[in-house]
Design a protein around this ligand. Structure first.
Ligand SMILES: Cc1ncc(COP(=O)(O)O)c(C=O)c1O
Length: 359
């Protein structure tokens, strides 16, 4: 018997979310972000689900790209962080990968490489995130070098927003203006939009959009539910009730006795904890969906288990399935309660939790 703890991943919902991207940005090609194991959903499952619906896949590093190639994913694969060494350029060429050139040393590696043919490249411009990319004033010089050297083909000019998910003044118009000024005399395709910008900043869509979180059904906005954005959760993380006990008034539950019974209580123990990616900082009251209702977490999250106050629901029994996140509660809701973000919870889910493909 396997441990009753699993993450069910829905390729259908991932595809639904990709259709949503198409609806929102019908003129753009889609570079689907499947880095960090497709935000915890399993990179191969996600890439296979999306193969017919997107135009390429973005990963952080060559190791992730090689997983895609070894599973016969032959669409364009973009290395967002670019090559990490000169050697990676020939490996990228052998695997027909696309490199993002972010830094001067990466440009020099590309120029010095001995490639049989030019390699597809994107060029990153730093318009305010100050993480990666060339300064706007350097762009004409970098482009002149790339054009003279003939090592890069199918160039795309890109940038990344720092705060597109924030309400009100989020810097997107300023970053776009900076981008447009930097590339004013060029006619290369462009890419700027992440999920938040796809959803809220149509002026940013350009030739390529780069959705990540929304493909998995998460809302990038603090007070907006995925359903309000037309998105469907692609993962349901659940486990079973493995013990039920009565706890008398005044007794405490779990490490350090954080939760105390104020009435005769029934506590269910569920086989998932922070060792499975459930956030250790989830407070008492964090909802867990069991037998049709939301019931409150009671006591500290342990490595392998959580405890839930099921006094209100006599129907909960050993073997009841408890949804930790999915449609209800959503991962964004759990993350917010635990002072995290859904991105972190999903990307941090360990391999111990089997990803089961549904449908
Ligand atoms: C360069 C780049 N583009 C696109 C994305 C996708 O962002 P999101 O998951 O918010 O859609 C990311 C995510 O971190 C990124 O780093």
């Amino acid at each position: 018997m396997a441990r009753p703890t699993l993450a069910r991943v829905s390729p259908e919902n991932i595809r639904h979310n990709a259709h949503r991207v198409r609806e929102l940005a019908p003129q753009s090609r889609i570079m689907a972000c499947v880095k960090a194991d497709a935000y915890g959903h399993d990179i191969v499952t996600a890439a296979k689900a999306l193969s017919g619906n997107v135009d390429g896949f973005a990963v952080a590093c060559i190791e992730e790209a090689l997983i895609l190639r070894s599973h016969s994913i032959d669409k364009p694969v973009l290395l967002l962080e670019g090559p990490q060494s000169a050697d990676e350029i020939s490996e990228a060429a052998a695997q027909n990968l696309t490199l993002c050139i972010n830094e001067w040393h990466q440009l020099a590696w590309l120029e010095q490489s001995a490639l049989p043919a030019p390699l597809r490249c994107w060029l990153k411009i730093d318009t305010g995130m100050h993480r990666l990319g060339f300064k706007p004033q350097s762009v004409p010089g970098v482009l002149a070098r790339l054009e003279a050297n003939n090592k890069a083909s199918d160039l795309v000019l890109c940038t990344h927003f720092s705060s597109a998910d924030l309400p009100g003044e989020n810097g997107v118009p300023e970053q776009l203006e900076c981008f447009d000024n930097a590339i004013v005399d060029t006619s290369y395709p462009q890419s700027t939009a992440n999920s938040a910008a796809i959803l809220r900043a149509p002026a940013s869509h350009r030739e390529w959009v780069r959705p990540g979180y929304m493909l998995y059904g998460g809302s990038p906005f603090a007070n907006v539910k995925p359903a309000e954005l037309g998105l469907k959760a692609a993962m349901e993380f659940s486990a079973e009730v493995i013990s039920i006990r009565d706890v008398p008034v005044g007794d405490c539950v779990g490490y350090c006795g954080r939760w105390e019974a104020k009435r005769p209580s029934r506590i269910a123990t569920i086989a998932a904890g922070y060792g499975d990616g459930y956030p250790r900082h989830a407070p008492d009251g964090t909802p867990v969906f069991i037998e049709g209702i939301r019931l409150p977490l009671a006591g500290r999250v342990s490595m392998d288990m959580i405890t839930v106050d099921v006094t209100e629901h006599p129907g909960v029994h050993i073997g009841s399935r408890a949804v930790l996140w999915g449609d209800n509660p959503g991962v964004d809701e759990i993350a917010r309660l635990a002072d995290s973000i859904g991105y972190e919870l999903l990307a941090g889910m360990p391999k111990r939790v089997p990803r089961i493909t549904s449908g």
